[in-house]
Design a protein around this ligand. Sequence first.
Ligand code: IVH
Length: 683
Amino acid sequence: MDREAAHSRILELRKILEENRRLYYVENSPRISDFEYDSLEHELEALEADFPEFASTDSPTQHVGSDLVREFVQRPHRYPMLSLGNTYSIAEVEEFSARADKALGTAFTYCCELKFDGTAICLTYRHGRLVQALTRGDGVVGDDVTENAKRISNIPHQLHGDYPEEFEIRGEVLMPYSAFDKLNELRVLDEEQPFANPRNAASGSLKLLNPEEVARRGLWCTLYHIPAQSLDFESHDQALRAAASWGLPVSDDRRICRNIDEIKAFIDHWDVARKSLPYATDGVVIKINEMAYQRELGYTAKSPRWAVAYKFKAEQALTPILSIDYQVGRTGAITPVANLEPVLLSGTMVKRATLVNEDQIRALDIHEGDYVYVEKGGEIIPKITAVELSKRRPGAAMPEFPKTCPDCGTPLVRQEDEAKWFCPNSDGCPMQIKGELLHFSGRKAMDILAGEATIDQMFSLGLVRTPADFYDLTLHQLSSLEGWREKSALRFRASLDKSRDVPFERVLFALGIRYVGETTAKTVARHFGDIDTLASATEEQLKEVPDVGDVCAKSIFDYFRDERHLIEIQRLKAHGLRFGVESSAAVASDALAGKTIVISGTFSISRDDMKALIEANGGKNSGSISGKTAFLLAGEKPGPEKIKKCEELGVPIVDEAAFFAMIPEGGSPAPSAEDKVEQLSLF
Ligand code: IVH
C-alpha cells in the first residue's frame, strides 16, 4: 500500500473504531462482532507500525475505549485501568511465550485464567469496607457506581480475615445466563427491546440509575487483578489466593502453567468446558505469574506486556433454513429473515437469522432448504455466515426476492446507491405506519406505553395513523380496547402526559427522520436550538453540524419540505410536546466563539458537563492539540503527553478557575424548571 492510501485507510479505521467503541461501551448495542472489531483494530495497528509517521497518541490503538456516561460522577483511577492485547491465533500465543522466554531467560510460570465476558469494575476496600466502585471509563477516570456495586450479591461490603488497610482490586461484573434469560423475557413482555447478549445486559444494568433495580437484575462479580502498585505480592496467584481468603469472589478456574504446551492444554480444555459454565466467557487470559517479571516486562500505552488474551471465535451452529420472511421496516426497507430449524447456540435457542439484503443472499449463494452456519455477532438476531454445500438438496432453487411489498403489495424500488429494496408507500403501508408509531413510542424516544400489540390493536381499529393521534384518544376509546380497563387507559394517558417533558432532542429522534439516530438528533437539536430554525436550515447549514454528512443533511432537508410532516409537527406542538432545547443546553454566551479547546484531567464537574459548557459559550471541543488549539483546559492530573505538546507548540494552559473567569456567570448551565424555554412557534 502506498503512503497516501495508508494514510487515508488509517484515518478511516480510526473513525470506524471510535464509533464502534461508542456503540459497544456507551450504547451497549454493538453492531459488529468482537472478531470483526478486533480484526479492524489489528489492521490499524499493523498500518501504524508500517507507517510510523502517521502514529498519533489519539489513535484508538493508544488508548482504551470509554464507557463514561453523563449520569454518573466521574472519579480518577489511582492507577490507569488498561486493556489486554488479544489474539485469535495460537501461533501468536506461541510468539508471546517465546518473547517472554527470551526476555526473562529464567524459570518463570504463567497463570492461565478464563476471560470473563462482562464489564470491568475496580473496587476499593478501606479498613475492610467497600468504599468505592468505578467502571473502567476511559481508563483514566471511571464512573462511580458504588451504590450499584453494593447491590451485587457476591460483592462483600465487609471483608474478613487478615486484610490490608487499603487496596484496590479489579474484575468483571457479569450477568449469568439464567438472569439474562429472565430479564429478556420480562423485557419482551413489557414490549422493550431485549439485550443482545449477557455482556450488554451486565454493562447496561451496572449503569442503571436506580440501585434497587440493579439488585433485581441478578448480577454477579468475579475478581482477577490486584494492581501491583496497590499491594505487594510475590505472584499474581498468591494475590488472588489472599483476596479469596478475605472473602472476595475469585474464580478457581485458573492454572499455573510452565510452558506453552500446558497453556495450549488449558485453552483446549476450556474451549469445550466453558459451554457448561453458567456465565459467558470469550477466551483465556495468560499472565506471567511472578510480579518481579511482570515489572520487568512493563506496559505499552494500552496494555501490559506481561499478559495476552486468547479469544475464542464466536460459536457456530449448523441448521437448515425452513423458510424466508421478508420484513418491512418503518422506513420501508425490506429485510430478508430466515426461519431456521431451532438450534442451540452459545446457551440460547436460535430460530431466526437475518439475511441482511438481496446482495447478501446472492453473496452467500443461499438456496431453498440449505443447511447454513449461524453465528452471533453484535446484533440480537444471529447472522448466517456460510452455506454447507455438501448438504444441498439436488435441484434446490434460489429464493425469489419479492417484486412487491409483502404487506401492501406496492411494487418495490431500489435506488442505485442503496443496498436494500424499499416499499415506497410510506403513507399507506401498514407495516411502515406501525413501525413509525412503535419507534415514536419507544423507550429512547417518547417512552409511551404502547408496544407492538397495542399499536396493532389501535391501528386495526383505525384509531391511530400518526403519532399525534395517540394524543387525541379519549378515555372512553382507550378503555373500550379489548383487554383494557379504566386503569390501563389512565396509565396510558399518564405516559402521554410524561412525554410532554421529553427533551427536544428525543422528540426529534422520535420523529423518525431517516439517518437521524439518537446521537445525531442530540447534536442537531443543540446546534439549531429549536424546530423553527432547523426546519428553515439549508442543506449547507445542516452539513456544518458535526456528524451530519451529505445523505443525512438531504434527508433532514427533504423531511421539512413535506407538508404532511409540518402538519404532524404542528399537531404534536399543540399537544404540548417540546420543540426547543432548554436554555441551559442552548448557547449561553459567545465568550469562547471561534476557540478550539482541548480538555484534559478531571474537574469539579464531569468532563461531559465541562465540554457542554465550552459549547454553550460558543467554543469547540477537540481531542488533540495542534497549532489551532486556543488553549488546553487542564484539570487535576492532566495527561503528560498533552502538556508536553502544549509546551512544544506554545499553546497556553488554563486551569479550571481561570476558565470560569472567562465565561459570564450565567454561562454555566443552571438547570431549573423555570429555565425551560417556551415552546417555540413553528409557523
Ligand atoms: S486482567 C492490566 N484478567 O478483558 C490488565 N482481564 O480485553 C488487567 N477480562 O479490561 C486485566 N477476564 O475487563 C484480566 N481474567 C481476566 C479477565 C480480564 C476478562 C477483561 C477486562 C479487560 C478486558 C481486556
